[in-house]
Design a protein around this ligand. Structure first.
Ligand code: PMP
Length: 420
């Protein structure tokens, strides 16, 4: 019970025993020892097939040889310079090649910083103050966006410490609801941007209904509002050009995180020159960071994007289909009508019989069943994020036998969870 002891120690020095809230689960999280491919090992001697993958960045799995060797080489040459590097330029070009709407990019250190910068730029560009986001969407831990958030923040939706003057400027609407957005925009001409996760991946995995993103594109264009896609999760995961490519919609600004840093801390904001040139020092919208464009993260990002070929996406999508089809069969064979969601290499089971299309329907899920399911998976050697309101990810390192083994554990766990 080493994790148990470590957690007791951690509680004395880390608030809640963890460095980020969603990592905590009852009775205590396991402490990781190492990751290798699709396997995560803990200090207690257990191994898990990993579908959390650090909440999304590890699309190539843990410690892929190409990344570790490229990063080690880079570290020997220095870990931060405070000057531009050729590598930043290379990564910028790799992103721009894949994302047609991106003509310029600002590298930052996290998804949180990326959405914060996107909002500031949208406000400066439009001269308007408010942003419209969706209930249950998570865009990071900064003040502008902690209004009806998803992910770990769903447990504390109205965090103390955020001035009402700030959140007054953040409106939230139900996802997949055209009328709600239309009526908000009709009544308020002070909206700078709609900020949307094209696939809501912080309350599980909710796809936009047919035409919804197109509707958002149209209504924003017609009303002088910027459309910001938060692709911190979907970027480089569901297609080389992310959700913009997958759904064939061009956003005004796009935020990235997770995969773009190849498993190292990084975020980014990308968009057309006409907007991006307002960012300092080209323009006067201030954005800065000691570690922006950090050479270690940039090296990992370059190596990752180069690995993500069309063939690799096909393979990832196929693995996603295997898992989703397997779970669908399990549910059918057991006469269970739980809602199965997912696309590409993402999936989640909601323990509800309702169709999940927004935060309200997601919250109909039975969290007691999820908890039992999660712990049974863990016992069977499968690690998924410890919350109904997160998404599971598959990596290039998951082999067919890992997926098959997973499906056996999933079947056993669902049966056990509903029986108790
Ligand atoms: N946006 C989305 C869609 C996210 O999923 C996350 C993190 N899960 C963030 C922003 C914040 O990113 P970070 O944790 O890197 O600050």
């Amino acid at each position: 019970m080493i994790s148990d002891d470590l957690f007791k120690e951690a509680l004395k020095v880390l608030p809640g025993g963890v460095s980020s809230p969603v990592r905590k689960f009852e009775p205590h999280p396991f402490f990781a020892k190492k990751g290798e491919g699709c396997i995560l090992y803990d200090v207690d001697g257990n191994r898990y097939i990993d579908y959390c993958l650090a909440y999304g960045p590890l699309i190539l799995g843990h410690a892929p040889e190409k990344i570790t060797s490229a990063v080690c080489e880079q570290i020997k040459k220095g870990s931060a310079y405070g000057t531009p590097t050729k590598a930043e330029l290379e990564l910028a070009k790799l992103v721009i090649e894949r994302v047609p709407s991106a003509e310029m990019i600002r590298f930052v250190n996290s998804g949180t910083e990326a959405t914060m910068a996107a909002i500031r730029l949208a406000r400066a560009f439009t001269g308007k103050d408010k942003i419209l986001k969706f209930e249950g969407a998570y865009h990071g831990a900064h003040d502008y966006v902690l209004v009806k958030p998803g992910s770990g923040a769903a447990a504390a939706p109205d965090s103390p410490g955020i001035p009402q003057d700030t959140t007054r400027n953040t409106i939230s609407a139900p996802f997949n609801d055209e009328e709600a957005v239309a009526s908000i925009i009709e009544e308020d001409d002070n909206i700078a941007a709609i900020l949307v996760e094209p696939v809501m991946a912080n309350i599980g995995c909710i796809e936009p209904e047919d035409g919804y993103l197109k509707f958002l594109r149209k209504i924003t264009s017609e009303n002088g509002i910027l459309l910001i896609f938060d692709e911190v999760i979907t970027g480089f995961r569901i297609a080389p050009g992310g959700a913009q490519e997958y759904y064939n919609i061009t956003a005004d600004l796009v935020t990235y995180g997770k995969i773009i840093g190849g498993g190292f801390p990084m975020g980014a904001l990308a968009g057309p020159r006409r907007l991006m040139e307002h960012i300092s020092p080209a323009g006067d919208v201030y954005q800065a960071g000691t570690f922006n464009g950090n050479p270690v993260s940039v090296t990992a990002g370059i190596t990752t994007l180069k690995e993500l070929t069309d063939d690799l996406y096909k393979e990832l999508n196929k693995k996603g289909e295997i898992i989703r089809k397997g779970i669908k069969d399990i549910l059918e064979d057991n006469n269970l009508e739980f809602y199965l969601a997912g696309l590409s290499s993402m999936f989640q089971i909601y323990f509800t019989q309702e169709k999940v299309k927004d935060y309200t329907s997601a919250k109909t899920a039975n969290l007691e069943i999820f908890k039992k399911y999660f712990h049974s998976l863990l016992k069977g050697g499968v690690f998924v994020p410890p919350s109904q309101f997160e998404c599971c990810f598959i990596s290039a390192a998951h082999r067919k036998e890992d997926l098959n083994m997973t499906l056996e554990v999933v079947e056993e766990s669902i049966k056990r969870a509903v029986k108790q």
